[in-house]
Structures are given as structure tokens and as C-alpha cells.
Design a protein around this ligand. Structure first.
Ligand code: PLP
Ligand code: 3DJ
Length: 415
């Protein structure tokens, strides 16, 4: 290890020492022990780490709510869990007043439901959807599938892959034929933080609605959905919300659309006004509850509330400040030791246009990541040549980022 690498680790240790959110990392289940201990986890933007409180909560749910109260728990607490938890996510993380957020399904399924809902509400003549080629595959596949199903047209944006969609690119395509604009607030590859207020306003000025995918921003960046007059949003809970693998997603539908009778396409019994009447016809439940279709995933929801509690104690502004500081530190470390070794930076340098990961490119990264995983240093690899360093402000330490960057440099030197 060179003197430069040592000073990187020393600087990181000092930042950890001074970190006002350092106490949050202790709330997580230790990642292994002995020879198996994870030395650096940098994939919290793909699968967040579990909280200790969640391990205890799951045990309680199994032994008490499920094991002892059994079917009675539906009446006692499970039936409104999707909207109760949705309201908490909305209040603490999304800037959404109660009654507009629900937890259900996967992001993919909620995207389908919300895009179809928006299209059912679109005035005649508005038959075009705007989306971008850099969005996560599921968003592109779902929208393209709906376009084929309903005979709609797509307006594809092709943003700079190392950045993301800019307001002027949206302004150039929306017009009186646009029904909906579907974008991610933080791009899954580059971490580009879209200008949500400006783009939402541009879509509205053209008479279109906007659906924001918040998968990579929920829990780390404010969306202020109500204040920004957002129409629709989805997001997943197993990244920065640490809900666990396959934990259900959330959907937001602005009150004005619920009051106007916006309807989703999968009218199952759990979104019925009176599910247990089991009548001949579907009568939608009032409000956001009508966006539920089948039985809610109660076990999958158990962990989400623990992160919302922790985030409320930490405060979203402090979480965002740490996220910015972590990405800033990682980019400085990149400048020091990786840029000289030919690594490309795939994330913007402007902190206010950046989410909570740093994307790096090198044609030897597939092999580098395989070696890192074997050493219990865990970033992720995205085709064709990218390492993403996911920096989850509640759980990631500066020393984890420093260790990953240092080892990447050493592995590039060794091969
Ligand atoms: C932006 C974005 N949208 C959607 C998804 C996936 O959704 P799902 O929970 O349905 O797998 C992900 C990640 O998996 C994502 O990064
Ligand atoms: N959802 C995932 C999964 O089920 C398996 C592995 C990874 C994921 C992810 O979340 C990928 C992630 N959305 C991404 O940005 O690449």
C-alpha cells in the first residue's frame, strides 16, 4: 500500500470519526464475522442491509402476529398496513400528505398499474409517452409493452449516459399529444439526479402528467412530491429503505387524481370497497386503497418501517448531506488513485445533480469485481464495464469507500 493510499484511509477514518450519522451504522445487523466479515458493502442501492430492529420485528411478527393471533391479525392490524406504512413513507421520505401512498406489489407491477391508470385518464388525442433510453430496463419494458397493448406512440429521449435527462430535452418533445412523461429521479447507472421540479413543470405546461421512478432516490434524496405537484410515483423498498429482498414497492397517486376517479387496471378483491362482502361486481375502495389488487405481503413489509423510523430520527436533510459527502469523498479518491490508472468517471461532478452512488468504468472491471467479492468487498458490476459504488448514508462508512477504491487500484496494478 502506497503512502497515498494510506492517507486516503486515514482521511476516511477521520471522516467516520466526525460523522454526525455514525450512530446509525450500529443499528444494522453486523455483516458476518471472522473470516466471513464483509469489509466493505457498497451495494445498498441494490439490496440494503437489514436493521437489528428488523430481525427482532420479524421474530415478533412470526411468533405473535402470525403464530398466535393468526387470522385475527388481518382485522387487528394487517388490512390497513399498506396505507398506514404508505402514509409514513410519504410523510418522512417523500413529502406526501396522507392518503396518497400505498405499499404493494413490485415496482414493475406498480409501474404497469400507474402507467395504465394515467393512460385511462388521458384526454382524447393524448396518445404519446415520453421516456428515456437510459432508464432502468423494467421501466422501458413496461412502457413499451403498454404502448404495444394500447397502440400508443413513444417519444424516446437519448440522454448522455454519464449524466441523464435534462429539462430542455423534455421541453423539446412534449406537446399537445403527450399524455405522460416517465423518468427516474436518480438514474440507476450514472446516479444523475434529474431536476424533478423543473421537468414536472415542463410536462404540466404541455398538459401532460409525470410519473417518477424513485427507486434510487427514496430514502436518500427528497422528492417533495406534493410541493412539486407530481402526479404519480413508484419506488422500491429493498434498496435504501432496507425492506429486504423482494419487499413490496410503493406507489404515490396525487390526491387530485384520486378524487377525479383515476383507476388502475388490476381490479382485485383487496382494492374493493368491501372485500369480504364478496359481491358480484368490483366497487373500488375509496382513495389510494383502490390501487391494491391482491393480498398484501405482510412479512415483506415488516422491515420497511424500521428504516423509516431510523430515517425520521436521523432527518432526511442530514441523510442527504452525508450522501453528498460520501459521493464527494469517493470522487476525490477516484481523482487521486483511479483516474491515473485509466478509470473513467461515469457520474457527474456537480453534487446537486448526483444521487447516492458513484459509477466507474474500466474494461477490466468484470474480473476486478469477481476478485473483490471473494475478498468480501462488495460493490456491483453493470454491463459492459461499470462498477457502481453504492453509498447508503445510514450504513456506509467512509472507510468502506476508501478500502474499495484502494483495492480497485491495487488490482488494476496487479493484473
Ligand atoms: C429504477 C428502477 N426501477 C425499477 C427497479 C426494479 O423493480 P422491481 O422491484 O420490480 O424488480 C429497479 C431495480 O431493481 C430500479 O433500479
Ligand atoms: N432488484 C434486484 C434483484 O432482484 C436482484 C439483483 C439486483 C436487483 C436490483 O435492484 C438492481 C438495481 N435496481 C439496479 O439498479 O441495478
Amino acid at each position: 500500500m502506497s503512502a497515498g493510499d494510506r492517507s486516503l484511509l486515514t482521511r476516511a477514518a477521520a471522516l467516520d470519526e466526525a460523522d454526525p450519522l455514525a450512530w446509525c451504522a450500529d443499528a444494522f445487523v453486523p455483516a458476518g464475522e471472522g473470516a466471513q466479515v464483509v469489509r466493505a458493502y457498497l451495494d445498498g442501492n441494490s439490496l440494503g442491509r437489514p436493521l437489528r430492529a428488523t430481525a427482532a420485528r420479524l421474530e415478533h411478527v412470526v411468533a405473535h402476529d402470525w403464530g398466535t393471533r393468526l387470522i385475527r391479525s388481518w382485522d387487528e392490524q394487517w388490512m390497513d398496513l399498506p396505507t398506514r406504512l404508505g402514509d409514513r413513507i410519504g410523510r418522512v421520505l417523500l413529502g406526501a400528505a396522507p392518503g396518497q401512498t400505498v405499499v404493494a406489489d413490485s415496482t414493475t407491477v406498480l409501474l404497469y398499474k400507474l402507467v395504465r391508470a394515467a393512460m385511462s385518464a388521458a384526454p382524447a388525442g393524448r396518445t404519446r409517452i415520453v421516456l428515456d433510453s437510459e432508464n432502468f430496463p423494467t421501466d422501458r419494458y413496461v412502457v413499451a409493452g403498454i404502448a404495444a397493448e394500447l397502440g400508443l406512440e413513444l417519444d424516446w429521449l437519448h440522454p448522455d449516459p454519464a449524466a441523464g435527462v435534462r429539462p430542455e430535452e423534455v421541453a423539446a418533445v412534449v406537446d399537445e399529444r403527450t399524455a405522460l412523461v416517465v423518468l427516474s429521479q436518480v438514474a440507476y447507472k450514472s446516479a444523475w439526479l434529474a431536476d424533478l421540479p423543473a421537468i414536472t413543470q415542463i410536462a404540466h405546461d404541455a398538459g401532460a402528467l409525470v410519473l417518477w421512478d424513485l427507486c434510487h432516490s427514496a430514502g436518500v434524496v427528497a422528492a417533495d412530491l406534493d410541493a412539486n405537484q407530481v402526479d404519480l410515483a413508484v419506488g422500491c423498498s429493498y434498496k435504501f429503505l432496507n425492506g429486504g429482498p423482494g419487499a413490496p414497492a410503493f406507489a404515490y397517486v396525487a390526491r387530485r387524481h384520486l378524487e377525479a376517479g383515476m383507476r388502475q387496471p388490476i381490479q382485485g378483491w383487496m382494492g374493493h370497497a368491501q372485500p369480504f362482502v364478496m359481491g358480484p361486481e368490483h366497487v373500488p375502495a375509496p382513495g389510494i386503497r383502490s390501487f391494491i389488487s391482491g393480498t398484501p405481503a405482510i412479512l415483506g413489509m415488516a422491515g420497511i418501517a424500521d428504516t423509516v423510523d431510523l430515517a425520521e430520527r436521523a432527518g432526511l436533510a442530514a441523510i442527504r448531506a452525508k450522501s453528498v459527502a460520501l459521493t464527494e469523498f469517493t470522487i476525490e479518491a477516484y481523482d487521486d488513485v483511479l483516474a491515473p490508472r485509466g478509470v473513467r468517471l461515469g457520474t457527474v461532478r456537480e453534487a446537486d445533480r448526483r444521487g447516492s452512488h458513484v459509477s466507474l468504468g474500466h474494461d477490466r472491471f468484470r474480473q476486478v469485481v469477481a476478485t473483490l467479492w471473494g475478498e468480501h468487498i462488495v460493490p456491483d458490476f453493470r454491463e459492459p464495464d461499470a462498477i457502481r459504488l453504492g453509498l447508503a448514508p445510514l450504513s456506509t462508512r467512509y472507510t468502506e469507500a476508501a478500502l474499495a477504491v484502494t483495492r480497485i487500484a491495487e488490482l488494476l496494478d496487479a493484473s
